[in-house]
Design a protein around this ligand. Structure first.
Ligand code: NDP
Ligand code: PYC
Length: 343
């Protein structure tokens, strides 16, 4: 997870101010106010929590995809109630987060009644961190798991060519004594966004992240981006998880596999046109024990054997800091955002 270089001068603004600024930018560049509100909240939340590879760094990509006519910023997603525990949404070539937003109440009602419910989003663009899609469920006492596929840039284990996307998996569970347990990780050795940031900052990557256009291992992010590719994390294990994400997020939902869409006729397009699956479970339907108390006990035991940092801890600490001191943005980036917003 990249953060701004230490020697850069930062300007601060509040979460509300950043969200409002981003909302203006999205509307000015072609989204409906409803879509803008969802994307702005998502992007500002990522910046607030120090998820820099999916915060304001992504604004250029969002806007160039909108300008290219690759993604529809105005479309209203269509919710289909297809079973006791199954909801589908056709995002209509728009963004995935507004599709989740319109289906959320129905999904939660089904999860509480059936004990589990699935949301299958197709025909959607996901260009963000995945944790904002699952964490709110855990805040309501539910367990949530989500997967989304992206664009071909990862070589399956033992293969010679890229096929999979960076395909993240996010999980959230309530916890009695603290904020929800949340993890959110790409199934590639590194997120594509972090490779772009390293290239921009002239940093080398650790070994084992990717290969160059000849398929040779490289630590040069530019070589990975210029015809090279990423590797899955953990060899064949991460590769199998990435395959699972393709199956659940694309085959099951009716979305595109990461290798199926062709954006070559839309210069500037950056947002992957794929699908997303979210599974929500009501733990109260389990064995009658208090799930949140049990997850707290697990955390206590993990701390007891020496794990000091839980997944999510870094974000929660950064969030607390941002809410007190404001969100620090490099002056150049803030000026650019204001220019884009026309203020
Ligand atoms: P990281 O490798 O930075 O982190 C993965 C998870 O591990 C996080 O939950 C993190 O918690 C946790 N973690 C990190 N270090 C430790 C540690 N030392 N001990 C315990 N837990 C730890 O994330 P990635 O680079 O894999 O992914 C970055 C983002 O990119 C994600 O938000 C992902 O959704 C997004 N992405 C989006 C894609 C898309 O198509 N939309 C595609 C690929 C990635 P913490 O958050 O607290 O640091
Ligand atoms: O960082 O790998 C990534 C990514 C792909 C799509 C959005 N983010």
């Amino acid at each position: 997870m990249s953060s701004p270089p230490a020697n850069v001068e930062l300007q601060t603004l509040s979460f509300v101010e950043l969200t409002a600024l981003l909302e203006q930018i999205f509307v000015r560049h072609g989204t409906s106010p409803e879509v803008a509100a969802v994307l702005a909240n998502n992007c500002a939340s990522a910046e607030r929590d120090g998820s820099h590879s999916h915060g304001i760094f992504r604004i250029r990509g969002y806007l160039s995809s909108l300008a290219a006519g690759w993604v529809d910023g105005q479309v209203v997603p269509k919710v289909e109630d297809v079973g006791a525990a199954f909801v589908r949404v056709d995002a209509g070539g728009g963004f995935a987060q507004p599709a989740l937003e319109v289906a959320k109440a129905l999904l939660i009602a089904k999860a509480r009644s059936a004990g589990i419910a699935i949301l299958a989003i197709r025909n959607s663009h996901h260009f963000a961190a995945l944790w904002p899609d699952v964490e709110p469920f855990a805040e309501q006492g539910l367990v949530a798991l989500s997967v989304v596929n992206s664009m071909t840039c990862v070589v399956p284990h033992d293969a010679q060519q890229p096929l999979f996307g960076t395909n993240p998996i996010a999980f959230a569970a309530p916890r009695a004594g603290g904020q929800p347990i949340v993890f959110d990780m790409a199934t590639s050795a590194i997120a594509h966004g972090d490779v772009q940031i390293a290239a921009r900052e002239g940093r080398l990557l650790p070994e084992g992240m990717g290969v160059d256009r000849a398929g040779e291992p490289t630590c040069d992010p530019k070589a990975i981006l210029d015809g090279g590719a990423l590797l899955p994390f953990g060899g064949y294990k991460g590769s199998a998880l990435s395959m699972m994400v393709e199956l659940l997020a694309a085959a099951l939902t009716g979305g595109n596999f990461s290798f199926e869409f062709d954006w070559s006729k839309h210069p500037g397009a950056q947002t992957p046109w794929t699908g997303q699956l979210i599974i929500v479970i009501d733990p109260d339907k389990g064995r009658g024990q208090d799930f949140a108390a049990r997850s707290e006990e697990l955390v206590r035991q993990m701390h007891g054997v020496g794990q000091t940092r839980m997944p999510g801890d870094r974000r929660y600490a950064q969030r607390a800091k941002s809410l007190v001191s404001g969100i620090g943005l490099p002056r150049f980036d803030l000026d650019h955002l204001r220019q884009l917003a026309g203020v």
